[in-house]
Design a protein around this ligand. Sequence first.
Ligand SMILES: [Zn+2]
Length: 555
Amino acid sequence: MPHSDPPVAAEDDTAPESTARLEEDPAAAAASSSAEEEDVIMAEADGVQGVVEEHIPGAEPPSAQAQAGAEEADDDMVEITQEQRPGVKLEDLFDGEDSEDEEFPSSSNALKVEDQGAATADDAAAFELLRTYYQRCFPWRYMFQWLNHSPVPTNDFKHREFSLWLHNDAVMRYQSYMTSDLFRKDVLRLMPRRIEIGPVYTADPRDHKTFRNSTAFQALAKELCFDIDLTDYDDIRTCCDKANICHKCWRFITMAIKVLEAALREDFGFQHILWVFSGRRGVHAWVCDKKARTLDDQQRKAITGYLEVVTGGTQGGKKVNLRRPLHPHLSRSLDLLKDHFQQDVLEVQDPWRTAEKAEALLQQIPDPSLRAALRSKWEASPGRSSAAKWADIDALAQSGASSAALDPRDLLDAKQDVVLEHTYPRLDAKVTQQLKHLLKSPFVVHPGTGRVCVPIDRARLDAFDPLAVPTLQDLVREIDAWGGGGGGGGAEGVMADGGGLDVKPVQDWEKTSLKPYIEYFRSFVTALMKDEKEAAVKREREEEGVQVKVESLEF
Ligand SMILES: [Zn+2]
């Protein structure tokens, strides 16, 4: 598939203007998408609507919650996943399988809330651990400010959909809260194992049923989101597969962040980009600029098309097929990626060490004579490293092993395609394309690893270690250990967090290794709020200006 043209005039140096054009011309942006695709998306959306529920079977301990759910199961309470388990260990409490990174629950697996086992002692202990986390570590205030864009509650927060995944796999869609404190109280009451964030609607999401068959209830805004998952790199990473990750393959995520950051900032003019560790094997990006939040589905789709380069799954065959000359975004990406390719791919991953893998590389070499020369050289030295094989391509081409008909330009193009195939970000497009798509909240605890989904400081990207991110158990231990075990300050910590008092007692999260992540998040949110405020003031002035003009016209 040829790389599509940018949906905006990205050749322009003035990024904000290109974004403005994007907003002005959704029709052009939509031009590439067929009606068929539209139907698919609508069907998906309908499916999601189908699993909507909003009843709150008020519940604290797991067993009571399950029972309450069972009583109401025939109506609104909806079950999402196939697996129902009584919950034994911490990881099981969260249903610790690999599907947790799927942002849309599968609606076809609706089950009823029955057969929930009684809570075991382990279950209760794990529950308490999570409760402690929500009470004492979760950054409620900054989460509120992040989504609200102002210190005083606005519709940005009040009309925002939250979806709560309860321990028994029930998913409560269309939850919403008037204040940060009500949000916190509800989470502490229901103890969801996962919180997802959806769009801001035109009305309170809890009232969505009163708008049935009406167009008055619409998704208005949501951050532009990206999802990158290392399982999508299984065909090119040699160190790990499936849910496993290590420092070697995490480099693919680092590369992806660098490329997307550059494109989002330079080509689209976005500034407030929050990267969040998804807890195990990937990252999410939340582009929070107002102009990103108000993009419609067609514009989101167009941006996805602009950024998508590597296609196809784990099947063989060429995954990158780009038009020449390369789009400036891709030339820049190649520049950003070339050292990573040399170091993190050739040296560390060594992707073509085996004969079978080397053959796949040969298939991408455009000249039969050169292919044959390389093949015989590599067969003569089994186990030759990927770095050496890569160098062989140019060396042999220059020594005359290729046919006279080979255009050096074609060889270079083929090599660039290979570099991009092994380094360019692999996106889960559906997360980006739909305004309505829900995404796991930052600071949720990942079920399988117990690690917190922490924001990643862009300035320290290369130093980010996914395997060193604190777990729930770490945090509770750290709080207990702080100040000789005098960790009784939970309630104060939360109050101070929500109250904005001048007197600052040490908050519980400050006693833990979560501190640098929350501090980074706080600085991110502060910068975002500052921009929103300045924009609002400017708008006000402009409106006043218009008013003055109108008045002066009257005379
Ligand atoms: Zn690995």
